[in-house]
Design a protein around this ligand. Structure first.
Ligand code: SF4
Ligand code: SF4
Length: 435
């Protein structure tokens, strides 16, 4: 079989629903407590670096990185550590968490100071110390991403400002409100990693952001308007549409000379280099048909979702579904006491009516799922192989490449839950055929 799949990159025309795009970010007052999960990133969990009763400050390290692929966790409030506890994450896994009660003073940790950055090593060390992980949703530690093994082959930095999920507008607000930090962050990454070219990819439904960035970028940085087709922000799709290069399977962006960063991540780099304040707050879109006052909110990481929703006026009806992230790829929040995490870009809440699972009917073999898949996968065949327990066929069909974007489910006229079934198929492959 070919090492490369031919991607059709068709995607789907999803509704935009970006009614908060014109809403300036508002700062939420301090919550009554923050709950800092030690597992807010891909890789090893952090280890608590504080104990019950300890005084902490804004910017204090409360969780130490658990390995190379991991990240420090910092407090966004000054206050007292109330407990080290166990919480259940949105993926159902148990996680250690540090609970802090704010004292309201917001005293900054004396260790917080702009980092001394003079070369690649000190830049990478600074990014590691900042606690930055991929803020577009991936949660991959940024210090690892910015240290590719083939750095001398990287010639393009792509900034992901596509924001293709319906409802979410926090990246749009970042482009409009943090323009200078974005440019500073881009300049630093290009300088220290010696990358000659940068492309900022933005979906065409953000004309204000495109115009603002085009008016601000220096030579060597291009702003590219992307078609409004979901999932334009998926890394492989973005790379193909920005550079014409196809990431091989299996493979990474660095294999085609590219590093991709989310626009919020690179803005944070710019801000961190100027202030030294680690990652302690996050901009989120709060929206959905039952949110009374939809907003873009800057919130302290660890804020319970319940308090965030209260800040947005509460619910107008019983929730059927509350999500971290967008309706296409978001994960359900089972308990409103769960905290805001570093990589959350939205909290969306929908009524029972809007959350109803559509009635499924038999497959009519129309092929729309295969046509729409940005990775050229055949969702129908993968699901059939899963139902038959045929792991060999799942391997042949490249089922493990599925990125759970949900496009196949969205376009299916029979309303078949293809993406969730493929997620189960991937688990079965890992378990050697056991369902
Ligand atoms: S969920 Fe997987 S199979 Fe379905 S469209 Fe997305 S990548 Fe393709
Ligand atoms: S889109 Fe739905 S109905 Fe059409 S082939 Fe795929 S699974 Fe079958």
């Amino acid at each position: 079989m070919s090492k490369f799949l031919k991607r059709s990159a068709l995607g789907a025309q999803v509704p935009h629903e970006k009614r908060t795009s014109g809403m300036e970010t508002v700062k939420m007052p301090l919550p009554t407590k923050i709950v800092l999960s030690m597992s807010q990133h891909i890789g090893a969990p952090a280890t608590p670096a504080v104990a019950k009763g300890d005084q902490v400050y804004v910017g204090t390290v409360v969780g130490k990185s658990g390995g190379f692929v991991s990240s420090d966790i910092h407090s966004g409030v000054s206050g007292i550590v109330d407990s080290i506890t166990t919480i259940t994450g949105s993926n159902g896994a148990k996680q250690t968490a540090v609970v802090i009660i704010p004292d309201g003073a917001q005293t900054v940790d004396p260790a917080v100071a702009p980092p001394q950055v003079t070369d690649l090593k000190s830049f990478q060390d600074a990014v590691r110390a900042s606690g930055l992980v991929g803020l577009g949703g991936a949660g991959f530690p940024a210090a690892v991403k910015l240290a590719p093994k083939n750095l001398d082959e990287i010639d393009t930095l792509i900034i992901n400002g596509a924001e293709c999920e319906p409802y979410i507008t926090s990246d749009n607000r970042c482009l409009l409100e943090d323009t200078q930090f974005i440019l500073d962050g881009i300049q630093a990454v290009m300088k220290y990693l010696e990358i000659p070219r940068c492309i900022i990819g933005i979906e065409g439904n953000k004309p204000e952001a495109i115009a603002k960035m085009r008016g601000a970028v220096p030579a060597g940085v291009e702003v590219k308007e992307l078609p409004c087709r979901y999932p334009q922000g998926a890394e492989k799709v973005l790379i193909e549409n920005c550079t014409g290069r196809e990431v091989p399977f299996p493979g990474l962006p660095s294999d085609v000379g590219v590093i991709v960063m989310n626009v919020t991540s690179v803005a944070f780099v710019g801000k961190y280099l100027a202030t030294g304040m680690p990652l302690t707050t996050k901009r989120l879109t709060v929206d959905g048909d039952i949110v009374k006052e939809p907003k873009n909110v800057e919130v302290v990481i660890g804020t319970p979702v319940r308090e965030l929703i209260d800040f947005c006026g509460g619910f107008t009806d019983e929730p059927g579904k509350v999500l971290y992230g967008g309706p296409m790829m978001g994960t359900c929040i089972a308990d409103l006491d769960q905290p805001v995490l570093k990589n959350n870009n939205a909290v969306l809440a929908f009524s029972r009516k809007a959350s109803q699972t559509p009635k499924m009917s038999n497959c009519i073999h129309c092929g729309r799922c295969a046509n729409a898949c940005p990775l050229g996968l055949s969702a129908k065949e993968i699901v059939q192989a899963y139902n038959n327990g045929d792991v060999d066929l799942l391997v042949q069909l490249n089922a493990d490449l599925c990125m759970s974007c949900g496009t196949c489910s969205f376009v299916c006229p029979a309303k078949r839950p293809l993406a969730p079934s493929i997620a189960l198929a991937k688990i079965m492959m890992k378990n050697g055929g056991k369902k």
